[in-house]
Design a protein around this ligand. Structure first.
Ligand code: GDP
Ligand code: MN
Length: 393
């Protein structure tokens, strides 16, 4: 699960790491209201308006704006809110800005030119441990700079050690009087990363102001989906993922559903069979509209919910059910399919390859249902039938 910048701040704050003063707004009016508070609190002559989207590269694409007064706050947040922001990290369509963060300008009043550090903790699956990647030259051009990038591996049993945090501080060229503060900062940061079962905690840029304050300017966090049940606060897919209504429904029913851009709906059990099925559909000239994996232990209700999701997908012109009945019995699948199809006034042809436990009963149930069903025992034949149906449309 990708978290927004404001959520990353919230998490660090809960570990008593200070972040710039900031308030979240979803309308220009609210932005102005919050800006008054930020101006008053910081006593600074400007603030920044930061588009909250789940993608970086905002700085270069107009997603970060400086405002010097309330009129500018109103104008500039109006320019961002409700618009699609296209950055180097979004699709061509961009991402809808639903909220902006009205945030303290942490670059102002800085006489010495500000150094923007890059700092991230992430899981390295090959090394089977967390690593820290950091650099003296962070900021918006990190990808293009030919800078020195350091890596530090963290032993899963020993955790982050003092000699390591010191080494990092030293490599970043921090002054002596800053080192102990920095050690403490990293220790807590790593704690926050671990506590939230994160895959990534990236701070870019991280700056140190003239009062030697360590300031995480931009925070990106990715939490491990498998551990989300431990972090209920961050399981709101509406807020954190760009998923469509069908996918939301699938999450609700705990089904694996992936929306694709073709017109053949696919219901399968097992990821391997799903891949083989889609390959076969493509090979025969079709294009999957989705795939839905009902898993290994589906009951009638689950199949019904699963099938309804496919039937509700407007791009679906025909459906392939390719299920191997092992623990899931074929008759259970047939009953679920009939339950969800029969009350609707539709005529979407279904190609069925149901093999395994209770397949005869399944066939009987489907026959009696009078649905537009074609049986086959071979996947190849199923795919060919699909092509035939698509050509006849
Ligand atoms: P990103 O482009 O999506 O990674 O967004 P960041 O939050 O990292 O901001 C990008 C750039 O905007 C930074 O590198 C800064 O140059 C600038 N920026 C961010 N915060 C501030 C701020 O408080 N004051 C000023 N003046 N500039 C900022
Ligand atoms: Mn950034």
């Amino acid at each position: 699960m990708n978290l927004h910048e404001y959520q990353g701040r919230e998490i660090l704050n809960s570990f008593s790491i200070e972040t710039p003063e900031g308030l979240l707004a979803s309308s220009p009016e609210e932005a102005v209201k919050h800006a008054k508070i930020i101006f008053e609190k910081t006593r600074k002559k400007s603030l920044v308006i930061k588009a909250q989207i789940l993608a970086g590269g905002r700085g270069k694409s107009g997603g970060i704006k400086i405002a010097k007064n309330l009129d500018e706050v109103y104008q500039k947040s109006k320019e961002l809110l409700g618009k699609y922001l296209i950055t180097s990290q979004t699709s061509g369509k961009g991402k809808l800005v639903k909220k902006v963060l009205i945030s303290e300008d942490v670059y102002i009043f800085e006489k010495k030119s500000i150094v923007e550090y890059y700092f991230s903790i992430l899981l390295d699956r090959n090394l089977e441990r967390n690593i820290i990647i950091y650099s003296k030259e962070g900021g918006i051009n990190i990808e293009e700079k030919s800078n020195i990038i350091y890596t530090e591996q963290i032993d899963p049993i020993l955790g982050l050690q003092l000699f390591q945090t010191r080494k990092i501080g030293f490599n970043l060229g921090l002054s002596k009087d800053l080192l102990s503060k920095f050690n403490k900062f990293l220790k807590i940061l790593y704690k926050a990363y671990q506590y939230y079962d994160s895959l990534l905690l990236e701070i870019n840029p991280l700056i140190i102001n003239k009062e030697n304050k360590i300031i995480p300017v931009d925070i990106k966090m990715v939490l491990d989906d498998n551990a989300l049940f431990r972090h209920k606060k961050y399981t709101n897919y509406n807020e954190n993922e760009d998923i469509n209504d069908l996918e939301k429904k699938a999450i609700k029913y705990d089904l694996n559903f992936i929306k694709l851009d073709g017109n053949v709906g696919c219901m399968v059990n097992g990821a391997g069979l799903a891949m083989a099925t889609m390959d076969m559909i493509k090979l025969c000239g079709g294009k999957p509209a989705n795939f839905l994996d009902i898993g290994g232990s589906a009951d009638r209700e689950r199949v019904k919910n699963a099938f309804s999701i496919i039937l509700n997908d407007k791009s679906v012109k025909t459906i392939l059910i390719n299920i191997f009945g092992g623990i899931v019995r074929c008759d259970t699948v047939a009953k679920g399919v009939v339950d969800s199809y029969s009350k609707r006034n539709i005529k979407i042809p279904i190609i069925v390859r149901l093999q395994g436990t209770n397949e005869k009963n399944a066939k009987e149930i489907l026959d009696n249902s009078k649905l537009p069903i074609y049986y086959t025992d071979s996947l190849k034949e199923a795919a060919n039938k699909i092509r035939e149906i698509l050509l006849s449309l």
